[in-house]
Design a protein around this ligand. Structure first.
Ligand code: FUB
Length: 322
């Protein structure tokens, strides 16, 4: 079985967040670009400065590039690095959530509003109050309550927020005890602020013990996503330096979530990042790899079908090529 083709090849795309709006499938990715910045564990080479939106009527059909829908120059608080975004719809408006470094170099999450799923989007002049770190992922529950998940280790700075304040330290990711957690907060009705305290997304093992920080095959690293299947909440994420996409299942959008397994084995390239969405009766995994460029920071988005077994476990519909 040959590997999947990228959804587009005329620009580099990564970190795909997929949603179905008005019967069409929309993908909100990062827009990777060439840079002279040297690669490092801080992710300085991921030096993106705008977003495109893509849409399609069918998986595998033609993909429309809606062009630049938001750019760094139009966001007053941003200094650099427009990383992995997500989108949401509420009350007839569309919202783009995005992480970027502020003028002090600290990652925050911003929000931009638009009238159409394909944008354009206008950013609020300040980041969401109380937001920090990277990789925002929104989830609007059946009762209309919206949530924002976020967080990412290493270059994503989550380890600097263990005390609730930004603390500079050389390598503060813990090596024992419970792993650092992704974060989640309820969003306000207008989607522009947090309507609850920021709390930990706790991932536990089958015995109810939080995943340990030494367990790099299962601990949260970055790329949070939440979706609902069959009344259960699925929190999925990247394990970072072990390069898996993993998931955990819970009874509430706020968790706790019990580790359920892996969705995807390592892809070409260091990062792995995804979203999951249902479209026309099938479920899909949206992910990226570096198959076009061979460079970690120049990625391309792909789509694979996933299926659920009777226990609610996630499987790829077709095996992943080695
Ligand atoms: O695209 C920049 C960063 O790389 C994302 O924020 C992470 O999830 C990783 O994919």
């Amino acid at each position: 079985m040959a590997d999947k083709k990228p959804i587009v090849t005329h620009v580099f795309t990564a970190d795909p967040s997929a949603h179905v709006f008005n019967g069409k499938l929309y993908v909100y990715p990062s827009h990777d670009r060439e840079t002279d910045i040297k690669s490092n564990d801080n992710g300085d080479q991921y030096d993106m400065n705008d977003y495109h939106v893509f849409s399609m009527e069918e998986v595998g059909g033609p993909v429309t590039d809606h062009g630049v829908v938001l750019k760094q120059d139009d966001i007053p608080w941003v200094s650099k690095q427009l990383w992995a975004p997500d989108a949401a719809a509420k009350n007839g408006k569309f919202y783009l959530f995005f992480p970027a470094r502020d003028k002090e170099g600290i990652f925050r999450v911003g929000v931009a509003e638009g009238d159409k799923p394909e944008g354009p989007f206008k950013a609020d002049p300040e980041p969401i109050k109380g937001s920090f770190s990277i990789d925002p992922a929104s989830f609007v529950d059946d009762d209309g309550q919206a949530y924002l998940y976020f967080g990412g280790l290493w270059g994503g700075q989550l380890q600097h927020w263990a005390t609730g304040q930004f603390v500079t330290a050389k390598d503060p990711e813990p090596t024992e005890g419970p792993a650092l957690s992704a974060k989640v907060a309820k969003l306000s009705e207008d989607m522009k602020s947090f309507a609850s305290e920021v709390q930990d997304v706790v991932i536990q093992d089958e015995a109810g013990k939080p995943i340990d920080s030494s367990d790099h095959d299962r601990r949260f690293f970055e790329a949070a996503w939440c979706h609902k299947y069959n009344g259960k909440y699925y929190f999925s994420y990247s394990t970072g330096d072990t390069h898996y996409l993993a998931y955990a299942i819970g009874d509430s959008a706020l968790g706790p979530f019990t580790y359920g397994g892996r969705i995807l084995e390592p892809v070409l390239g260091w990062t792995t990042h995804h979203s999951i969405a249902e479209f026309k009766g099938k479920w899909y995994l949206f992910y990226h790899d570096t198959s076009i460029s061979g460079e970690n920071h120049l990625r391309c988005v792909k789509i694979r079908e996933i299926v659920y077994d009777e226990q609610g476990k996630i499987h790829l519909a077709e095996p992943q090529p080695k």
